[in-house]
Design a binder for this molecule. Structure first.
Ligand code: SF4
Length: 372
């Protein structure tokens, strides 16, 4: 779309665009300036895949140590395919968006069984693997196999919407298609890997969301937004609807011999299969939710507990909702019938279970506030 609101076909955006000059400037800059990142050491498709999945919704600095330890623990397709799921979740603990790693392991198992352990090299096959969307497909194909396939994420849409002055709403799914069509036209056929990585790198370190460093930009002379002075107005992105606030009461309950009650979440849905301390969504209008928490623990786990003082309050935001958690310390009065999903564990044992970030934080606060 033009600023005036006129919808353009993808090829119209590149009518007068100097494609070759742009490729050369982008790729030679990437060759010179790329950051030294561990997943750039080789083009092993498995490692490219792991890094791309980790980098979804997570910053590079956070991903680096996780990536190094993950590929050390699971260096090959086979080692991840046959690994114990608990261990895999533990290796991901703290990265968030855990469905990413569960999907990664099932997809890797499929590659192990159906493709002899070799990541397939066609868009058709890769995109059928669990958790592998069009962006990851393009990233693996271009970086590991040198196939000129677009890899379009929010970063790339921001950069290209500025360079080509595209005023379409990048929050709309159909806009991605426009960008993919454009990249198919302008991607370097001789070095698609560096072309795609160059665009990603440019978005990460130069053409950043709020203050693009245009004066240092290697493709400034190709950039329409820079010429027009509209770089701060692009990309166009409509706001998402507001997130839902959910009040939650959490009980950190211990027995007289200092064991703690933990519970494994359901196999599907938010934070599936991770461990947590018993918790319940507080009913609307309830000012003192300790009775509700006590009843919930009895009804759900057949455990009698007395709930004591508030240990801390904590907020944890997901993309679509926020948990407002109030954490109570408590004591288990009777017996606990342990199951696969309900355990009493010592402090040391607790360390080996995979918890979501929110519960890791509240456990930390509990440890600093309570003498054990
Ligand atoms: Fe982004 Fe500025 Fe470079 Fe254009 S000139 S691509 S707006 S950093």
């Amino acid at each position: 779309m033009h600023r005036e609101g006129k919808q353009l076909k993808s090829y119209e955006y590149i009518n007068d665009f100097n494609i070759e000059g742009f490729q050369t400037d982008l790729i030679s800059w990437f060759e010179r300036e790329q950051r030294d990142l561990p997943w750039r050491k080789d083009q092993d498709p498995y490692k490219v895949w792991v890094s791309e999945i980790m980098l979804q919704q997570t910053r590079v600095d956070t991903v680096i140590p996780y990536f190094l330890s993950f590929v050390e623990q699971f260096p090959t397709i086979e080692s991840l395919a046959i690994a114990d799921e608990e261990k895999v979740l533990k290796a991901w603990e703290g990265l968030g968006y855990y469905s990413r790693v569960r999907n990664l392991q099932s997809a890797v198992q499929e590659v192990h069984e159906a493709y002899d352990g070799i990541v397939p090299n066609t868009a058709d096959e890769i995109s059928k693997l669990k958790g592998v969307g069009p962006y990851t497909t393009g990233a693996i194909l271009s970086i590991a196999y040198g196939v000129p396939e677009p890899a379009v994420d929010g970063n790339v849409m921001r950069v290209l919407s500025r360079i080509l002055s595209i005023w379409e709403d990048i929050a709309k799914p159909k806009t991605r298609k426009t960008f993919e069509d454009i990249i198919r036209e302008i991607i370097s056929k001789t070095n698609p890997s560096f072309f795609n990585q160059g665009l990603m790198e440019l978005g990460a370190i130069v053409c950043t969301p709020t203050s693009p460093s245009c004066l240092l930009c290697p493709v400034r002379e190709h950039c329409q937004a820079f010429l027009d002075g509209t770089q701060s107005e692009l990309p166009v992105k409509t706001k998402k609807t507001s997130v839902k606030d959910i009040p939650i009461a959490v009980g950190i309950l211990k027995t007289k011999d200092d064991k703690f009650l933990i519970h494994k979440r359901a196999d599907t849905g938010l934070l599936a299969k991770l461990w947590e301390f018993p918790n319940v969504e507080v009913l609307k209008g309830l000012t003192l939710p300790t009775n509700q928490l006590q009843e919930f623990i009895f009804n759900e786990f057949q455990v009698e507990a007395s709930i004591g003082a508030i240990v801390s309050t904590l907020q944890h935001a997901f993309s679509h909702l926020t948990w407002n958690m109030t954490v109570y310390a408590g004591v288990i009065e009777g017996d606990v019938k342990e199951t696969e999903r309900l355990k009493l564990v010592t402090i040391d044992e607790l360390e080996s279970y995979a918890f979501p970030v929110s519960h890791q934080k509240l456990w930390k606060e509990y440890r600093t506030s309570q003498p054990i």
